[in-house]
Design a binder for this molecule. Structure first.
Ligand code: BJW
Ligand code: ZN
Length: 238
């Protein structure tokens, strides 16, 4: 593919690289995406369950959904695309990974300079005292409570209608505005604010590359759109 050569050339002279990932990079590890048919659970969409209102109405149902996902993700391993992103971190002194994924597979692959802007499925947060704890229990006993104050805990995940952490937003914007190359891997570009990250980097002068199975709302804006599986394409860019 001609596009791959152009991206390799850009990366060869880049001083600063930022990567934005979505569910598509973990699809190659067998983690269902959100907007694919395999993302459905008992006919609910993420938009039905990943909201503060859904948790307030029926915390048991929402925790059951998370238990399904925790069970699934617990058996999954990083794939060559996660490995290649971790290798990029070692290659470039100025590097930042912004991931929308909550599965933790980037950390498993060795990435350390990253913002998990939608949280992490292996952390829980107390609805009363706000304490955040690591929790790898699979399945988690329903309903789980805080070790400190014994009130209900929730997944430490950003749901629809909730704000991202201010620090994650600031770090992400700094990385988008200062990078020479932005790689956007496996995201539909439908969910804000991450959906606006490509234009932010583009207007700041970055060379923007999309790697996705399909065209997305970002495809017209990017400098190069590479269509295919992340696990096949991302390792070729190094
Ligand atoms: C492959 C592949 C392979 C597959 N290789 N590629 C109207 C307009 C604008 C904004 C809003 C609006 N109404 C509401 C909003 C705000 C809302 C929003 O954006 N909604 C949209 C749906 C319209 N956003 C928010 O609420 C955010 N907060 C916020 O904005 O705060 C301020 C505010 C508050 C209130 C009102 C307004 C503003 C928070 C968003 C939190 C998102 N959280 C989730 C779920 C968490 C649950 C959990 O994980 O447990 O995060 S939603 C879900 O989508 C998840 C993902 O991180 C996120 C993005 O999805 P992603 O990663 O792109 O996955 P898919 O499935 O969509 O796409 C996969 C892609 O991969 C596809 O393109 C495939 O082709 C590709 N692919 N296999 C390469 N092998
Ligand atoms: Zn508590």
């Amino acid at each position: 593919m001609a596009g791959i050569l152009e991206v390799k050339t850009r990366l060869a002279t880049a001083r600063s690289v930022t990567v934005l990932t979505g569910a598509g990079i973990s699809a190659d590890s067998g983690v269902p995406t959100f907007r694919g048919a395999d993302g459905l659970w008992r006919n609910f969409r993420a938009e039905d369950l990943a909201t503060p209102g859904a948790f307030a109405r029926d915390p048991r149902l929402v925790w059951e959904w998370y238990n399904w996902r925790r069970e699934l993700i617990a058996t999954r391993k990083p794939n060559p695309a996660h490995d290649a992103v971790a290798a990029m971190e070692r290659r470039f002194s100025r590097f930042w990974l912004i991931t929308q994924n909550v599965d933790g597979l980037h950390r498993d692959a060795g990435s350390t300079r990253l913002s998990e802007i939608h949280g992490n499925i292996w952390k829980v947060r107390c609805t009363a005292c706000g304490r955040i704890e690591d929790n790898r229990q699979v399945p988690i006993p329903i309903l789980p409570v805080c070790t400190l104050c014994h009130k209900l805990v929730r997944p430490h995940i950003v749901w629809f209608g909730e704000s991202l952490a201010a620090e994650d937003l600031a770090t992400s914007h700094a990385a988008l505005e200062s990078c020479d190359v932005l790689l956007i891997i496996g995201t539909s570009g439908m969910v804000y604010p991450a959906a606006s990250f490509a234009p932010v980097a583009k207007s700041a002068g970055a060379f923007v590359v999309e790697i996705n199975l399909d065209a997305t709302p970002n495809s017209d804006l990017v400098d190069v759109a590479l269509q295919g599986h992340a696990k096949d394409i991302v390792p070729l860019l190094l």
